[in-house]
Design a protein around this ligand. Structure first.
Ligand SMILES: [Zn+2]
Length: 113
């Protein structure tokens, strides 16, 4: 399952950082997940709940922020909400638009002792 490997990766990364900082317990991981990141929110949530966790992360809570996709037109600089890649600009109809938000999958922050 794709989402499980993502979660294992996140747990590994956080555990490593927490160890570096001599943490005794990680309480919360805050994630930013773009709607166009290709990840299923529910599957990610499920994978997180059900993945084996190292002792440092045994009580961790998982907080996900869904990031709405925003694209920007490189011809008229208009920024607009979108629901897919490569949407023509609603202002000038240009097809030279790029996604500037909405495909991220990253750890925003985490809380620990
Ligand atoms: Zn435009």
């Amino acid at each position: 399952m794709h989402e499980l490997s993502i979660v294992m990766n996140i747990l590994d990364t956080v555990e490593e950082k927490a160890k570096e900082m001599n943490a005794t317990m990680v309480h919360e991981i805050e994630m930013e997940v773009g709607i166009l990141s290709g990840v299923e929110f529910d599957a990610l949530d499920f994978a997180f709940e059900n993945s084996p966790k190292p002792p440092l992360l045994s009580k961790v809570q998982f907080l996900m922020h869904k990031i709405k996709p925003v694209a920007k037109c490189s011809d008229c600089q208009l920024e607009f909400d979108t629901l897919e890649y490569a949407t023509p600009c609603p202002g000038c109809k240009s097809i030279h638009t790029e996604l500037i938000k909405g495909n991220e999958l990253r750890i925003k922050s985490f809380k620990m002792d």
